[in-house]
Design a protein around this ligand. Structure first.
Ligand SMILES: Nc1nc2c(ncn2[C@@H]2O[C@H](COP(=O)(O)OP(=O)(O)OP(=O)(O)O)[C@@H](O)[C@H]2O)c(=O)[nH]1
Ligand SMILES: Nc1nc2c(ncn2[C@@H]2O[C@H](COP(=O)(O)OP(=O)(O)OP(=O)(O)O)[C@@H](O)[C@H]2O)c(=O)[nH]1
Ligand SMILES: [Mg+2]
Ligand SMILES: [Mg+2]
Lengths: 280, 301
């Protein structure tokens, strides 16, 4: 490219190292570098500070391009139903506990549905959170059919006058066809219990995940129309840069971030803060 | 996808009767993209490419090449592919899937460590399952006293396997692990597996707790359990656990998915410790011994 004179190779190397070690990935790193080259050509930038500034604003633009108009509103007097899904161990059950805590503090009546009927002590784990935050937990027996537990759980929320229902699902790999079919069935069944449910489908993504996150988001979105992402474990050393690729490809907004294991460790996603930390 | 790096490198080289340095460099650019997409850590990729380049430039100027000790007429493209595969497998080896057992009648101890959600508790069950089938009498220790229902989870697994789980309410993990050894001696268990809580490497207190458990229980094996979908952070994490504890090996989980698994290469490269086992499913029989060739092919793509 013609601007070899204005950004030198060592700056490109430096930029690549920052991008790749933050899990930004080949495709997105290329896109960011190309926009930097265009900006350099257009304004003949030669000051590295300006180059980094351009990178940050381009990364910001990718995040802002994730439209926030997903999700629907419940009918008057009906509970809002939020489905939580994602691959194994990302922090779904814990994030539900944190969300429930926030909603209870905002004055809502929250009901938790233990839709993970497979994993050892999954319902016990959710019940613990329910007790902890002041939300009722509906569960079935271990090994019960998840769709019927979820149907009963969502339906009973109307009777219990809960205005927010959080549905936990078992972790699963997006490559497991039968489990992805099960997830679709669980989603359908919610709509039968309450017309229009789920109003939100939140996919939980672990910030330590590499490029596989893009395939995860693609497949879960295809199966269930994901309305938002919760990015967990940002209190660790991983930067979570892969979400740039996810937003760029699917335009799904990052809703919340998990920054710890305690009940209050959930924050609204802040694009500016995130990009700052990414390039720190 | 834009970059099918390794396949693209193969396609570009096919049909060539010799390869010059420029062509090798170009092929290596494709390999680089493939490895980065596979989550191999940035500096590990650099080292790998340098090694392959030296070998390739040295060996690819003739069309009769010694591969694996026998003279063969191999196309330069195939030979380049072989060098990449061999170099990757070499970086992940030598293979050592052994568990360190105490000589004689001592109690063999295994400590499971790693980040939150990596699969430690499930893998504890899998190892116990394997050892029981091999004639051992394992005891599981619920040393995660923090995570809601962690003890319940291990107890459920213990019931499924008909293997006892040791737990005492309100006892700190280092004391608990020491008490477990007394229980093991009393009840004639020959293997004890400590399932610890997930933790961040930047959590000084919890990393210190692991050092305390190690001091008190003197484990014969310390396995880092790492999720196969881990990205660049694999190096930071592995380095930190290894520097703190001197790991004896690593177990990569959730390989039944489609993560390329580059974290495996990163972990081996930065700690030098062997990859022992692979978790390939949620059920307790889904544990395999590590073999470099399979993972090498998956990482290269
Ligand atoms: N440090 C940190 N740990 C977290 C965070 N969110 C969850 N965790 C931990 O991650 C581990 C897994 O959390 P779970 O809530 O059980 O994850 P899950 O997705 O429900 O797991 P499965 O149901 O088995 O698929 C637990 O040890 C949590 O305490 C976070 O934001 N930061
Ligand atoms: N598909 C698949 N899932 C796995 C594998 N190993 C573990 N899991 C799942 O990953 C999730 C987390 O496993 P755990 O054993 O609870 O992980 P952990 O490291 O003990 O988690 P913490 O104690 O919270 O740090 C569960 O849903 C397991 O079933 C594997 O090899 N393949
Ligand atoms: Mg869960
Ligand atoms: Mg555990």
């Amino acid at each position: 490219f013609a601007s070899k004179k204005t950004i030198d190779d060592s700056l490109i190397d430096e930029i690549e190292e920052v991008l790749f070690t933050a899990d930004i990935g080949v495709k997105t790193a290329d896109r960011l570098l190309n926009s930097v080259r265009e900006a350099v050509d257009a304004k003949s930038l030669s000051d590295p500070k300006e180059v980094w500034k351009t990178l940050r604003s381009e990364a910001r633009a990718i995040l802002d391009g994730a439209t926030d108009t997903r999700g629907t509103l419940p009918k008057e007097g009906e509970p809002k139903v939020i489905m939580v899904l994602g691959v194994n161990g990302t922090g779904k059950t814990t994030s539900i506990g944190k969300l429930a805590h926030r909603f209870v503090n905002e004055g809502h009546t929250v009901q938790l549905v233990a839709g993970d009927t497979f994993r050892a002590a999954a319902a016990e784990q959710l019940e613990h959170w329910g007790r902890r935050v002041g939300a009722k937990t509906v569960r079935g027996k271990e090994g019960a059919d998840p769709a019927s537990v979820v149907f009963d759980g969502v339906e009973s929320a109307v009777v219990e006058k809960a205005d927010i229902v959080l549905v936990d699902t078992a972790g699963r790999l997006h490559t497991q066809k039968n489990l992805m079919e099960e997830l679709k069935k669980v989603r359908r069944v919610m709509g039968r219990a309450i017309d229009g449910a789920p109003h939100e489908v939140l996919m939980v993504l672990d910030a330590t995940t590499g490029q596989n996150a893009i395939q995860q988001a693609t497949m879960f979105n295809e199966a269930t129309d994901v309305t938002g992402i919760i990015l967990t474990k940002l209190d660790g050393t991983a930067k979570g840069g892969v979400v740039l690729g996810v937003c760029d490809a699917l335009h799904i907004p990052i809703r919340y971030i998990g920054i710890g294991e305690r009940v209050a460790d959930l924050k609204d996603f802040d694009g500016a803060e995130f990009v700052e930390a990414l390039f720190a | 996808t834009l970059y099918r790096g390794f396949k693209s490198a193969k396609t570009k080289l096919t049909g060539k009767t010799t390869l010059d340095e420029t062509q090798i460099k170009e092929a290596l650019r494709d390999v680089r993209l493939s490895l980065l997409e596979a989550d191999v850590e940035f500096s590990v990729v650099k080292t790998f490419l340098k090694n392959v380049q030296e070998k390739a430039v040295g060996e690819l100027v003739t069309t009769t090449i010694k591969h694996k000790g026998e003279k063969k007429k191999v196309s330069p493209a195939d030979h380049f592919i072989n060098i990449c595969h061999d170099e990757l497998a070499a970086l992940m080896g030598p293979v050592d899937t052994s568990i360190n057992f105490k000589k004689g009648s001592g109690i063999t101890t295994i400590m499971m460590v790693g980040l939150q959600g990596a699969g430690k508790t499930t893998t504890t069950g899998k190892i116990a399952n394997k050892l029981k089938a091999e004639g051992h009498k394992p005891l599981l220790v619920a040393a995660d006293i923090y995570r809601p229902a962690a003890i319940d989870q291990l107890q459920v697994l213990g019931r499924q396997l008909n293997i006892p789980v040791f737990t005492i309410p309100n006892v700190a993990p280092p004391d608990l692990c020491e008490a477990a050894l007394r229980e093991a001696r009393f009840d004639k268990h020959d293997v004890v597996i400590f399932d610890t809580a997930g933790r961040l490497t930047v959590d000084e207190a919890l990393m210190g707790e692991l050092s305390d458990i190690k001091d008190r229980a003197r484990p014969d094996n310390i396995f880092l359990v790492l999720d196969a979908m881990t990205g660049q952070d694999a190096v930071t994490t592995a380095k930190s656990f290894d520097q703190r504890l001197d790991l004896t090996g690593c177990i990569l989980t959730k390989l039944d998915g489609d993560a390329r698994g580059g974290a495996a290469l990163s972990v081996k490269a930065v700690t030098g410790k062997p990859i022992k086992f692979l978790g390939v499913g949620e059920q307790l029989d889904k544990l395999e011994e590590f073999r470099p060739e399979g993972l090498a092919g998956r990482i290269l793509g």
